[in-house]
Design a protein around this ligand. Structure first.
Ligand code: FNR
Length: 190
């Protein structure tokens, strides 16, 4: 089967290394996955006053998530946690109460940092948040990417063989996970 995957880059920066990582993963992904970016940068800051009348950016975010078969979150770590812009997007998509757009969407979490632990603490926080939102998550392999600019070229190709093999394994396992969740009808119970 073929699946459309919505990917969210947790960074709003122009030269985001996590966007480079997202492009590299897309380049390595099996042909039965197609990828569309779900943008988060124009969302206002969420509060529940918006629940009466969601702005177009909030509604577009919810529809994009609901229309995806699976999700891939590629994010930096900010101060050992989830970047504010990404947490804000998650809050938008989770509301109004009773309309959580994330529910049962098979999701992968990955991130890159120039630092040694490669977003491990952000990913750990993210897993708690997504568990609360009833999101089946790829548990293994984990991928904490220590970003080395020399391993990627400007087109998003992975020029370092070890990094390429590692990311290839991750995205192949991600594809198998999405297929398993959707084809067994077990979404939400993985
Ligand atoms: C960072 N950075 C960072 N790195 C890390 O590994 N752990 C952390 O907790 C933090 N904290 C942090 C806070 C803030 C406010 C900034 C701006 C940066 C460094 C971060 O990994 C680096 O800037 C990456 O380039 C961010 O990824 P993008 O935006 O390039 O995709």
């Amino acid at each position: 089967a073929t699946y459309n995957i919505g990917y969210i880059v947790g960074s709003l920066a122009k030269n985001s290394i996590n966007r480079t990582l997202a492009h590299a993963l897309i380049g390595l992904a099996p042909a039965n996955l197609s990828f569309t970016e779900i943008p988060i940068k124009d969302l206002p800051l969420y509060n529940y006053d918006y629940d009466e009348n969601y702005p177009p950016e909030g509604t577009a975010l919810k529809r994009a998530i609901e229309g995806s078969d699976g999700l891939l979150i590629v994010s930096p770590e900010y101060n050992r946690s989830i970047p504010g812009g990404l947490k804000n997007a998650i809050d938008w998509a989770s509301r109004p109460w009773g309309t959580n757009s994330f529910a049962r969407k098979p999701t992968g979490i990955i991130g890159a940092s120039p630092g040694a632990i490669g977003t491990a603490v952000m990913q750990s926080s993210m897993r708690s948040v997504l568990s609360f939102l009833n999101v089946p998550q790829l548990n293994a392999p984990e991928a904490y990417v220590h970003y080395d600019a020399g391993a990627f070229d400007a087109q998003g190709n992975v020029t370092d063989a070890r990094t390429r093999e590692f990311l290839q394994h991750y995205i192949d396992e991600y594809a198998a996970f999405v297929e398993r969740v959707l084809d067994t009808g077990a979404a939400g119970h993985i």
